[in-house]
Design a protein around this ligand. Sequence first.
Ligand code: FAD
Length: 442
Amino acid sequence: MTNDDQVRMDCIVVGGGPAGLTAALVLARAGRQVLLIERGEYCGAKNVGGLLYGTVLDRLIPEFYRSAPIERPVTRRKLVFLSDDEYAALQFGRDEWARPPHNHTFVVHRSQFDRWYSRQVEGAGANLLEGMLVEDLIYEGTNGHRRVAGVRLRTGEEFFAPIVILADGANCLVSEAARRTLGLKPGRVRQEYAVGVKEILGLPREVLEERFELDPGQGLAVDFFGAPFRGLIGGGFLYTAGESLHLGFAARIQSLVRAGLSPHEVMEAFKAHPVVRRMIRGSELLEYSAHMIPEGGYDAIGDLHGPGVMIVGDAAGLVNMSLYKEGTNLAMESGLQAAQTALEALQAGDATAERLAAYRRRLDQSWLMEDLRRFRHVPEVLETSPDLLDLYPRKVVRLLTSFFQVDGRSKTEVQRDAWRAFRDQLSLWRAARDLFRARKLF
Ligand SMILES: Cc1cc2nc3c(=O)[nH]c(=O)nc-3n(C[C@H](O)[C@H](O)[C@H](O)COP(=O)(O)OP(=O)(O)OC[C@H]3O[C@@H](n4cnc5c(N)ncnc54)[C@H](O)[C@@H]3O)c2cc1C
């Protein structure tokens, strides 16, 4: 093939999830020739997620929730602590969340939402190539001076661009290969992964709204902690969609291996808990999916740029795995910042690593890195204080239920026994240390 036959773009984006689509949207709107390549049959076909946080998207497509396929806005949240057969719950919400912009928190089917988003990106002028897998990057130059010059598909087709944005998600084989080839520095600590498992359970709209005491069209997000997760570093969730429930959990892979548990076993134990069983009663399994989530946090983030290349979203490890569990908005923010850096670089005709370092500087100055820096100790706290996710939730549930036990004993006796049961097998020193550490989770 001669140089004239080469397909040349201004920028190529690998991966059509929230990160890649956002990057492509910004570049296309600026009039740049951008090609987004997605291996799924369509954008979203392979994507798994929970809640969509829409702050970044709202800046790009104001009031996107009026036209996007949103299942329900989250108008109420609930934290549920489980022991084997008891529970304690804390539910909260604001009337304001029922009105736009809905606290920017939505339940979506990613397969539908990402597909809708991809149509907006296409409408802005980006070229989408779906159902195509990027096998590798094309490099120019020799050792020490190598730069990314394009991508090669599994079909053998090649596309060239001075800048490639890698948005290939958690299982990022292309990003990993680029890191190795270009000698990009890894993070200070090794990246850790969780496995996220999700079932979509069909339930008629009226039954769902009555069961969760929801006004028509409103939604609930529940986080679960405690017994079913048997000391794993992780927890469960339930989100109400239009006519279905999204039920699942995420647990650090290392902790599953240590406990000798399979994701399937954990999911079954979670569904069998009396509280969860009541919530999903009469539902029908429509879909099952599992996906990795990078959760090493700030210290696991390595170099995010090299000559001709930037890495965004999950592929860059940009996930906030604190109590907030946010990934989609970080993916979009990083896609946006990478695209803006690319626009400046294209304008200057300079896609060197020095020029693209502006991407990392932009991230460092944004809310995204401020959040990740703030929660940088979460992985270590959860690893070294496993009781936080298991023993303590169970103890608190036991204390509350024992306190309100009615069985003819005097209240003095009831309370004394409740405290005794609470203190049993609990080292106060250790609890004080763990609770002190737990402040880093919020
Ligand atoms: C069970 C679960 C629950 C979650 N809950 C939440 C939540 O409540 N809130 C939240 O904000 N986040 C949540 N997340 C995280 C969130 O889904 C991710 O952070 C987000 O999807 C990251 O976006 P991304 O674009 O970086 O990657 P992805 O969405 O994974 O997209 C990557 C895309 O790249 C494509 N791709 C990969 N390799 C190639 C290749 N070689 N060639 C072409 N295409 C390729 C993939 O097919 C995919 O479409 C959850 C994740 C899981 C698994």
